[in-house]
Design a protein around this ligand. Structure first.
Ligand SMILES: [Zn+2]
Length: 609
């Protein structure tokens, strides 16, 4: 391709709304342009790079035995109602009405479509296993699209769905996909690593995310350098989050004399104190780790009381996993009053304060209840509070708290869970070494779905004995456009992008420093261009009549892996200048330049396998 025939609108400055480096470089290198918030056009050079990522994904999916198909972007809402996700995923679904006022959903993912298809087409164990994939445009109604292709309203995703006869077979398929993902990201030149992940609203039993470390990533990964443990912060646990391993004796019992477990609960006035911090200061001086934080959430219009230690943060993803839906929210102050009789800041779950206000339909029943019954708010407590004594908590009366609370004695916990968010430095649950946290970009996700969708949408088969069973499913996503941007986020320097050979829009840029058609410089440039092209190398010839500085700057900004500089000075010595992007200038004899470039390309490609 001649530069003058190409369309490479490079920019000296990135538009002001581009926040992170990779987004700026996508725009500055002339790869994409914004149409509207979270909606982008891929310009020719950007599309070339995108197609290469897609092709790597396609080759590895094919190699792993997956079958490519293409499902519609328009989906009827009925299948989403059937799977139960019409409500739970409602906030990210793009919905539209046709001229007959019929509703449609723009595909954010395709579990419902593929499972409906499988239900109609698969009937026997003989047709299994099957793993279908597509690479297609997806839509998400992002409230806050940002960072370019990282969080867009419209994006390209590879999604695959597997159907197996048993858990065992599904596990083998999961492993195949997991391995394929490792190869895909390595071939894209990305340093990505798998972490244990939350299964969230998509449901299912087990999942891994593939993460690219980046300061600008929207995910936090908890990891242990000693034993290799790694998990998304939404899923991560530590030794202190686990029962009986994390609470030191002094944390449980307090250090002030006597046995706090034996002291009786005591109400004290705390006028105007509504935060953990305020209670930790004089005159109260109750350290945060001696306080029980009481949170009220509404799930399905019913309150759930959450208890965690005062210095811990609730992990809403863990709560979602427990409740089984993301459709929940913190209670309003009015709902807190209705549930517990006090405003936030004075809330607690001490049994005697709950017994004073049984739910209306239980009125007239005895007040002494060992466990809250149906209708009474459920109390979920964090494992770290297990066995905690001498704690302070709200008294469900504005302006009052209790001290000397023994959680086992004074609070009727419905169920114990790991509810807290892990923080850096906590001991690893596996090896006790300190955990670290870093930011990362999620580029892929593999899920074991089990039979959730196949049961609801009727994807069943007859096994060898003639018994009808639901297929065991898995699903596997890769954000293709996001992966492309992650490559740029990871591979760059002050001058621009440093494309890995495998995804570079062109592998070689020939930069003649004079473009007179009859000049020796341009003649050699044309000759090398023709020879490299004939050898199957993707070359762009910068035939613009521009100053050398402009040409060099553009080729660095766009990030072509190898530049061949041809100027009169070096040509007088019979040489051209090879410059690998990000590497040192290498003078080579003009007559062996093509061979030298082909050798560099082969070495570079070999390193990506
Ligand atoms: Zn460890």
């Amino acid at each position: 391709m001649k530069w003058t025939n190409a369309f490479i609108p490079t920019l000296r400055e990135a538009p002001a709304d581009a926040e992170i480096l990779s987004h700026k470089l996508l725009l500055r290198a002339g790869l994409i342009r914004k149409l509207a918030g979270g909606v982008y056009t891929f310009l020719p050079l950007g599309l070339r790079a995108l197609r290469k990522v897609e092709q790597i994904v396609r080759e590895e999916m094919d190699r792993a035995g997956a079958l490519e198909l293409l499902m519609p972007a328009l989906q009827p809402p009925e299948i989403w109602q059937q799977s139960g996700r019409y409500e739970t995923a409602g906030n990210v679904l793009f919905k539209l009405k046709d001229s007959g006022n019929r509703e449609w959903i723009l595909s954010p993912t395709a579990e419902e479509v593929i499972t409906t298809t499988a239900a109609a087409e698969i009937n026997s164990y003989r047709q299994l296993p099957k793993n279908f994939y597509q690479i297609s445009v997806k839509f998400r109604d992002e409230i806050r699209p940002r960072f370019g292709l990282m969080r867009a309203r419209e994006f390209i995703m590879k999604d695959a769905y597997s159907f197996d006869v048993s858990d065992e077979a599904a596990q083998a398929c999961y492993q195949k996909m997991y391995d394929a993902y490792g190869r895909i990201f390595a071939r894209c030149g990305l340093k990505a690593f798998p972490v244990e992940a939350d299964t969230g609203v998509i449901g299912g039993k087990f999942s891994h995310e593939f993460m690219v470390p980046a300061e600008t990533g929207e995910n936090e990964v908890v990891y242990c350098e000693a034993c290799g443990y790694a998990a998304n912060i939404e899923k991560a646990t530590s030794a202190v989050s686990q029962r009986a391993s994390g609470i030191l004796p002094e944390e449980q019992t307090g250090t002030a004399g006597g046995t706090p477990a034996a002291r009786s609960i005591e109400k004290f006035a705390t006028p105007g104190v509504v935060t953990i911090e305020a209670l930790s200061k004089a005159p109260y001086n109750v350290p945060a780790n001696r306080q029980i934080k009481t949170l009220v959430y509404m799930a399905d219009s019913k309150p759930v009381i959450i208890l965690i230690r005062g210095d811990d943060q609730l992990n809403e993803a863990k709560l979602a996993g427990i409740i089984g839906t993301t459709v929940f929210r913190p209670a309003t102050p009015e709902e807190c009053v209705a549930t517990l009789g006090a405003h936030p800041g004075s809330l607690g779950a001490v049994a005697s304060t709950l017994e004073r206000r049984p739910p209306a339909r239980l009125e007239g029943e005895p007040l002494q209840r060992a466990v809250p019954e149906a209708g009474a708010p459920r109390i979920f407590a964090d494992e770290r509070l297990h066995g905690a004594n001498g704690m302070t908590t709200g008294a469900n009366e504005d302006g009052f708290h209790f001290r000397n609370v023994s959680i086992e004695r004074d609070i009727k916990v419905t169920q114990w869970f790991d509810l807290r968010t892990v923080t850096a430095g906590e001991p690893c649950a596996k090896c006790n070494k300190p955990l670290k946290i870093r930011r990362a970009i999620e580029v892929g996700h593999v899920f074991k779905l089990g039979t959730k969708y196949s049961e609801k949408l009727g994807a069943t088969f007859l096994d060898e004995a003639g018994t009808r069973k639901p297929a065991v499913m898995g699903c596997y996503g890769i954000g293709v456009t996001r992966t492309l941007q992650a490559v740029i986020e990871q591979c760059n320097d002050k001058d621009g992008i440093i494309w890995p050979l495998s995804v570079a829009p062109y592998q070689v840029c020939i930069t003649p420093l004079g473009v007179a058609p009859d000049g020796a410089v341009m003649k050699l440039a044309e000759k090398i261009y023709a020879e490299l092209t004939a050898r199957g190398v993707e070359v762009i010839l910068d035939d613009r009549d521009e100053r050398p500085g402009v040409k060099f700057k553009d080729s660095e900004l766009v990030g072509f892996p190898i530049r061949i500089g041809i100027g009169e000075k070096s040509l007088a010595k019979g040489e051209v200048e090879l410059k690998p992007r990000g590497g040192a200038l290498q003078p080579v004899k003009a007559d062996v330049a093509v061979e030298a470039v082909v050798k560099l390309l082969e070495e570079g490609q070999a390193s990506l396998r």
